[in-house]
Write a protein that binds this ligand. Structure first.
Ligand code: HEC
Length: 132
């Protein structure tokens, strides 16, 4: 029984690693990104008047993010289409913003960092041009 269960786990692991090697599927802003922002960020970034200066609610968020200079580091765009590593949003989520002259805390403020799946979606969305 135990061996069977282990075999199953190994197969599952294989299936997952095979999937990981396929090219990244297209990420949709509405389907993939909006739910991440609304579940983890919009409580604080609601209207755009709060600290950080942007709303991360669905339809508004993209306009506050894409090609908009960061308040905490005006030389860096919050989202630089095609360049996740040059995007302040990614830096703030990965906690590398201070290495790039940024300010403040890692996001989500006071909470656990986003999981790898959500980070991969955000990075892919930006790499694919940060389209709506
Ligand atoms: C508990 C409240 C809170 C939550 C939740 C939160 N933030 Fe923030 N955020 C802040 C505050 C306060 C600031 C301003 C201070 C700073 O930059 O650390 C900020 C600043 C930012 C900035 C910098 C904006 C700029 O132009 O300088 C980004 C980007 C950001 N948040 C993204 C996010 C994302 C993405 C999430 C969700 C994953 C999130 N935040 C969740 C409170 C929060």
């Amino acid at each position: 029984m135990k061996q069977l269960a282990l075999g199953g786990a190994a197969l599952l692991a294989l299936a997952f690693s095979a999937r990981a090697e396929q090219p990244a599927p297209t990420v949709s802003y509405q389907r993939d990104i909006v739910p991440i922002l609304e579940q983890n960020c919009a409580t604080c970034h609601l209207t755009g008047e709060e600290a950080g200066g942007m709303s991360l609610v669905g339809d508004a968020a993209i306009g506050f993010l894409v090609s908009k200079p960061a308040e905490g580091a005006p030389a860096i765009m919050r989202v630089a289409p095609g360049a996740p590593d040059k995007s302040y949003l990614v830096m703030k989520l990965e906690g590398t913003h201070n290495d790039h002259g940024g300010l403040g805390a890692r996001m989500p403020f006071g909470g656990a960092p986003l999981n790898e799946t959500d980070m991969a979606k955000i990075r892919t969305w930006i790499a694919q041009g940060a389209k709506s």
